[in-house]
Design a protein around this ligand. Structure first.
Ligand code: SAM
Length: 267
């Protein structure tokens, strides 16, 4: 399902940005009044979305901790948003300061804010680039300086692929990154799945406020395609709260959460 609106990376200066909206829900400091207003409009129409974003950030931490535990020390975060509030380098470098992280986002304002956030942090860089062009991303000076592609990379697409339309062939985009990294690398994906509540919320948003964020929701079955050729780590593709949960997870019916996560290892 695709719904019309602002393609990521083409925001006008006075347009809200979805990365800044996320920052608002994560209680960061990188958003404007306009972003907060937009966040409030989304939350009014789909009240569960801020919860889902916070769950995804917890998932990101669990996934990065798992990957560092598997020996991964290089991370490529595609469609990263602004790297604050427990983002990849904060989690990975807390375990091993030698971890290297490249953040990529095609929203120019996100890229400039993101670059400012990581400036001066050893082993971390931010590039403004379109993830649909993997060769360009991997050929940036930052990627070449940070990564040794003969060693495993953790490629992360956390709430990013829903901004690629079917005609962008997201499975081919993922495959291009998989083909570029070594055996023992991983691809981690979080994706909003097709569900009635969110579709109703987006419909309500368009009736109340105008065009909603442009997203393509995909069924869990469709997400399987993104892991072609990879070995899925247990528990496979699961609702976010059920992906390697911690004991204190308070969600009562986690299987009903319609955002799925998966992590695949390149054999
Ligand atoms: C939901 S937001 C941030 C998600 C972030 N990974 C997180 O976990 O909070 C999705 C981000 O993907 C970026 N994005 C969307 N399409 C993109 C593309 N083709 N290339 C690069 N970034 C993209 C958007 O600009 C936005 O910052």
């Amino acid at each position: 399902m695709a719904l019309p609106v602002h393609p990521a990376g083409q925001h006008e200066a006075d347009q809200p940005s979805i990365a800044r909206v996320n920052d608002c829900w994560l209680e960061g400091s990188h958003h404007s009044d306009l972003d907060r207003e937009y966040a409030n409009h989304i939350a009014l129409c789909a009240p569960h979305v801020p919860y889902l974003v916070r769950e995804s950030r917890q998932l990101l931490r669990r996934m990065v901790e798992f990957l560092v535990g598997q020996g991964v020390r290089q991370f490529l975060d595609l469609g990263s948003g602004i790297p604050t509030q427990g983002h990849v380098h904060e989690v990975a470098q807390q375990i091993d300061p030698a971890c290297r992280v490249l953040y990529v986002d095609n929203d120019p304002r996100v890229a400039s804010d993101g670059a400012a956030v990581v400036a001066g942090t050893p082993g971390v860089a931010f590039v403004g680039a379109d993830i649909r062009r993997p060769k360009e991303v991997l050929d940036t000076q930052e990627a070449r300086e940070l990564f040794d592609l003969s060693r495993p990379v953790g490629v992360l697409l956390i709430e990013t692929l829903l901004y690629l339309r079917d005609e962008d062939d997201p499975a081919a985009v993922v495959k291009a990154y998989v083909d570029s990294v070594s055996s023992g690398s991983y691809v981690g994906i979080v994706h909003f799945s097709q569900n009635a509540e969110l579709e109703e919320g987006l419909g309500l948003f368009s009736r109340m406020f105008g065009a909603p964020p442009l997203v393509t929701l995909r069924d869990r079955e469709l997400l399987v395609d993104f892991f072609t050729g990879l070995e899925l780590v247990e528990p496979g593709i699961a609702p976010v709260p059920l992906w390697r949960p911690e004991d204190d997870n308070p969600v009562r019916n986690p299987e009903t959460v319609q955002v799925h996560a998966g992590l695949g290892r390149k054999p």
